[in-house]
Design a protein around this ligand. Structure first.
Ligand code: COA
Length: 417
């Protein structure tokens, strides 16, 4: 079966997480992704947080599957020549170096365009071009703070808090993948002209914090936010507060204790009080008298006693595990889920069956788990292959660029590859 992106050649000049997450996604769907790495060292994540001495770390293997690895020192004349040939033969170059690094290497957008007018150059930076912080290097949590996630996450009496989800890294990579596919589509329609695609980590975080900007404007207008735990008993300042585990939309929700919470830190469910599900909720938790009680029957009537209602639901949950509780509540059509641990997710049969948790073989570490494609297609079965060893495909790639065996040996000799 032909894969959708087969024939698209990508120079993967990315490292750490934001860029590799983008190019890995494109590789899953068939693109020929050539990861360019510094000889001898490679992507820093190969050696970060290693669990097996001398073997590529999971940080690397889980973000670089389905790719080839070419070692290349692009600061040598020979290395620049190899990169030049590669650019002439490729469709996309993806990079997430610190600001200005590609230019300093001698590969400005103007130069790349001259070499290959069809080239799409896709970049991740911490901040967008022209931003007053455009010179800053940025990692995940820096982006979460810069993009509004940290100030709005956590509890009101605690400090700004970052999320475990990679809102700055992988999320930015996903935005970039959309940008690249859009530019490829445009190229097909405009006579093969490439373009520059740029995504900043701050912008990508803010895009996911859209509802918090909504809340800022509501707060500016009315002075309070009724779905936050600060309403009606607490107080608001002039900025969107941290809302704990409150639901972000119009449906109140909270994380509630289940049987065993005293010893199991994750014996909880998320419970949502969806407005039109009020009657089923009352039936499920054994409070049918609340269905028609004017003090409870509307969302606004419930708002000032929402935590008492959650307390009543917790009393009902006290003799049920999180899984038992969800199995009961699902019959009443109540939006809820158990709080899942990584261990539970790793062993989840449904996730294994769908390929979202995938077991992959690696030449040196053996089998390991990774997260497979979260996007499912009717006409594509995404197969995840192990990440490449450092320089595993160097000679193969050089041959496709027209280098003879003698020239390849000379490049090795000069330590350019
Ligand atoms: N051959 C020769 N030199 C290479 C090379 C290669 N194959 N690959 C990289 N380099 C050089 C670069 O040219 C650069 O050199 P210069 O600064 O002398 O011009 C140098 O390596 C360092 O690159 P840089 O990307 O700045 O690395 P860093 O380790 O100092 O910073 C980040 C890391 C992630 C903070 C930075 O890359 C960054 O801010 N990136 C943009 C945002 C981002 O993606 N953040 C990470 C999200 S996971």
């Amino acid at each position: 079966m032909t894969k959708p992106l087969e024939g698209i050649k990508i120079i993967d000049f990315t490292h750490v997480q934001a860029g590799p997450a983008c190019t890995q996604l494109l590789a899953w769907y068939g693109a020929d992704v050539i990861k360019v790495e510094r000889p001898g060292a490679g992507d820093v994540t190969r050696s970060q947080l290693r669990d097996i001495p001398g073997v590529d770390a999971l940080y690397f293997t889980m973000l670089n599957s389905n790719k080839k690895s070419l070692t290349l020192d692009t600061k040598t004349a020979e290395g620049k020549e190899v990169l030049t040939r590669l650019i002439k033969q490729s469709d996309v170059l993806v990079e997430n170096f610190g600001p200005g690094a590609l230019d300093r290497m001698g590969f400005t957008w103007e130069h790349i365009k001259e070499l290959n007018p069809g080239m799409i150059v896709a970049s991740v930076k911490g901040f967008s071009d022209g931003h007053h912080y455009e010179d800053l290097k940025v990692y995940e949590n820096v982006a979460q703070c810069a993009g509004g996630a940290a100030s709005t996450t956590g509890f009101d009496d605690g400090p700004p808090t970052v999320s475990a989800a990679a809102l700055g890294d992988s999320n930015t990579g996903m935005h970039l993948a959309i940008g690249i596919l859009t530019a490829l589509h445009a190229r097909n329609r405009n006579g093969g002209k490439g373009q520059k695609v740029a995504v900043s980590m701050q912008d990508s975080v803010l895009n996911l914090c859209r509802v918090k900007l909504r809340d800022q404007q509501r707060l500016d207008r009315v002075g309070y936010l009724e779905e936050y735990p600060q309403y009606p008993h607490g107080s608001f300042t002039d900025v969107v507060p941290r809302g704990g585990n409150a639901g972000g939309g119009g449906q109140p929700g909270w994380v509630l204790k289940c049987k065993g919470w005293e010893t199991d830190k994750n014996a909880y469910i998320y419970f949502t009080i969806q407005g039109h599900a009020w009657a089923p909720i009352c039936r499920a938790i054994g409070k049918p008298e609340w269905i028609d009680d004017p003090a409870y029957m509307t969302a606004s009537a419930r708002q000032d006693k929402i935590f008492d209602i959650f307390g009543t639901i917790e009393a009902w949950l006290a003799d049920k595990t999180k899984f038992e509780a969800v199995n009961i509540l699902r019959k009443f059509d109540i939006p809820c889920a158990p709080v899942m641990t990584m261990k539970e997710l790793a062993n989840d049969e449904s996730l294994r069956a769908s390929g979202t948790i995938a077991e992959v073989d690696h030449k040196e570490r053996g089998k390991y788990l990774t997260v497979g494609s979260p996007i499912k297609f009717s006409d594509l079965k995404v197969e995840i292959t192990g990440s490449p060893l450092l320089g595993e495909h160097t000679n193969e790639v050089l041959e496709t660029l027209g280098y003879s065996s003698r020239e390849i040996a000379a490049l090795h000799e000069a330590k350019a590859v």
